[in-house]
Design a protein around this ligand. Structure first.
Ligand code: ITT
Length: 226
């Protein structure tokens, strides 16, 4: 089995992907495990598949290895599917340069959460339906796409503690696991716990990334890479 490099600079994704691929027979390394550092490609696609393809091809070429990229994000129905492909920089309307460039990932995540809660302010708790989407793409060093797949994770965005319609069940942010929007995402199982409160192993079982990874493992096995 060939070694596959994970094309992500997001430590939250790396730890989830590592734990899910553990024991799959697929040997995985992160960009951080390589001696060199690599420039982040501009994610200027308008869909998850376009951006995942940009990342997979770019890092496959740079590293000379098979490369697995994940492009993911949050789609909120009441916001017409936003933040979608600009989830990582929603507070800056998708602009990764300018002001956002000087911030830590945690600071960006906090500002993105504030923006979502502000935009949803007039929306009733039951109308805050949303889902995480994850698209994965595997590229070889020549830029050939060997496999792609998608996973989804349904839920609802909670309500800030100080909002007049807030109840204890839907109050957010809550929880310290995961990353990104997890503290405000009430998992559709019961809309009680956020995806930052459930155990990481449980999130991996039901999440968008978990579903995509399991499909990708099957596709990689079928490719019979050596
Ligand atoms: P790479 O491009 O380096 O992989 P990134 O964080 O910029 O890292 P994306 O462009 O795919 O990755 O953006 C995904 C954003 O969507 C991420 O920054 C979070 O804000 C959000 N997101 C994706 N999966 C999530 C999850 O499981 N839990 C919470 N938020 C998530």
């Amino acid at each position: 089995m060939s070694t596959i490099v994970l094309a992500t600079q997001n430590p939250g994704k790396v730890s989830e992907l590592r734990s899910m691929l553990n024991g799959s027979g697929i040997e995985i390394i992160g960009l951080d495990d390589l001696a060199q550092s690599f420039p982040e490609p501009a994610e200027n696609g308008s869909t998850f598949i376009e951006n995942a393809t940009i990342k997979a091809k770019a890092y496959a070429k740079l590293t000379g290895m098979l490369c697995l990229a994940d492009d993911s994000g949050l789609e909120i129905d009441a916001l017409g599917g936003k933040p979608g492909v600009i989830s990582s920089h929603f507070a800056f309307d998708g602009d990764a340069e300018g002001e956002a460039a000087g911030l830590t990932r945690q600071q960006r995540d906090d500002l993105n959460i504030d923006r979502v809660l502000k935009d949803l302010d007039p929306v009733e708790p039951r109308d805050r339906t949303a889902r995480f989407v994850c698209v994965m793409v595997l590229s070889d060093p020549d830029g050939n796409i060997l496999a792609s797949c998608e996973g989804r994770f349904e839920g609802r965005i909670g309500v800030p503690f100080d909002h007049p319609h807030c109840t204890p069940a839907d109050s957010v942010p809550r929880g310290s696991n995961g990353f990104g929007y997890d503290p405000i995402f009430l998992v559709a199982e019961d809309y009680i716990y956020t995806s930052a409160e459930i155990e990481p192993e449980h999130k991996n079982k039901i999440s968008h990334r978990g579903h995509a990874v399991r499909s990708m493992i099957e596709l990689i096995k079928e490719l019979q890479l050596d």
